[in-house]
Write a protein that binds this ligand. Structure first.
Ligand code: IPM
Ligand code: MG
Length: 358
């Protein structure tokens, strides 16, 4: 039986806590499913590695990751190091180096979870936000001039390329097509940003012509925030730029109960490079080491990883186990209003995996 080779990078803060919990759950899935096996390789990269070595990952880091089937990633960010250093040194270096241009972020209100919206609105949330993940506002293009002088300037240039927009639009259309409602919302801000965002609109419009089975609408990003709150049931698949989707997905996570539930996949759809799967909550150093981090996002993330590896059955088993635990409301982590520790939530999900298997 072929083992899936997974590179595990816990990273900073609560990253290692929730990712190790996820590895335990994956091991149990493998134990209880004959044709499933994993081979985990751990990498201790991140801010502590930086303090020892002066870099977030080794120079040949990408080459070391290249042969893996997937990367299971925790978080990056440290209270004592500049965020741009830690991010560009590890997470963005992997996303951009491996051309993981599609960032996929599902949200729904899991059973038993109480979100901030009225129940009938909250329960209508069933979204996939497809985030452009290689350029736009995160292109890293820009600079500083006149340092230290009164006329000092800092510039970040948002970069939109025809090829970059086309591939993410196509990926989003395929995602929308794979879902029952066949609905796509294109998020833009071309009323105010009249170059890059206008190209974004034009290229999206061209791509959409190939998908006449989809119902497509367009939203300005500001209006999109109020639609997500007021009319969540009218949204299904969303495509947005790197920064717009960054913001919208935090809102999506909050509306579906907690940032502790947000899962994400950084996908290289060409499969030339490994894709990377991570919870979106970040390193959360306020609760690091306390054993109370909610691991459910990292489990949902693991389910996306399984899906990507073609293990649909295991992916569904894991999602079902997560939903069994949230629905029962017996083991509830602090961010969802309970007192359960990371280990207790993990044990509950493991018991649900085993229980469904018994
Ligand atoms: C996310 C995070 C990152 C991002 C930060 C940590 C740079 O907010 O994954 O959404 O903005 O991409
Ligand atoms: Mg974010």
């Amino acid at each position: 039986m072929a083992k899936h080779r997974i590179a595990v990078i816990g990273g900073d803060g609560i990253g290692p806590e929730v990712i190790e919990a996820g590895c335990r759950v994956l091991e149990v899935l493998a134990e209880t499913q004959k044709d499933l096996a994993f081979d985990f390789t751990r990498f201790d990269w991140g801010s502590d590695y930086y303090r020892r070595n002066g870099v977030m990952m080794p120079k040949d880091g990408l080459a070391q990751l290249e042969g893996f089937d997937a990367i299971y990633f925790g978080a990056v960010g440290d209270p004592n190091l500049p965020d741009d250093l830690t991010l560009w040194g590890l997470r963005l270096a992997i996303c951009q180096g491996f051309d993981q241009f599609a960032n996929v972020r599902p949200s729904k209100l899991l059973p038993g979870v109480v979100g901030p919206l009225r129940p009938e609105l909250g329960q209508a949330i069933d979204w996939v936000i497809v985030r452009e993940n290689s350029e736009g506002e995160y292109a890293g293009v820009g600079g500083r001039a006149h340092r230290g002088l009164p006329i000092e300037v800092g510039m970040d240039v948002a970069v939109f390329t025809r090829a970059g927009v086309e591939r993410i639009a196509r990926y989003a259309c395929e995602t929308a097509r794979s879902r029952p409602r066949k609905k796509l919302t294109v998020v833009t801000k071309s009323n105010a940003q009249r170059h890059g965002m206008v190209l974004w609109d034009e290229v999206c419009r061209e791509v959409i012509r190939d998908y006449s089975d989809l119902t497509v609408d367009w939203m300005l990003v500001d209006a999109m925030t109020q639609r997500m709150v007021a009319k969540p049931g009218t949204i299904d698949t969303v495509v947005a730029t790197n920064l717009h989707a960054d913001i919208l997905t935090d809102l999506a996570a909050a509306l579906s109960g907690s940032l502790g539930l947000g899962a994400t996949a950084n996908v290289d759809p060409s499969r030339k490079h490994p894709s990377m799967f991570e919870p979106i909550h970040g390193s959360a150093f306020d609760i690091t080491g306390k054993g109370v981090a909610n691991p459910l996002a990292s489990f949902w993330t693991a389910s996306m990883l399984l899906e990507h590896l073609g293990e649909a059955k295991a992916a569904q088993r894991l999602m079902a186990a997560i939903e069994t635990v949230t629905a029962r409301r017996e083991v509830v982590p602090p961010d969802l209003g309970g007192k359960a520790t990371t280990v207790q939530v993990t044990d509950a999900v493991i018991a649900a995996v085993r229980g469904a298997n018994a």
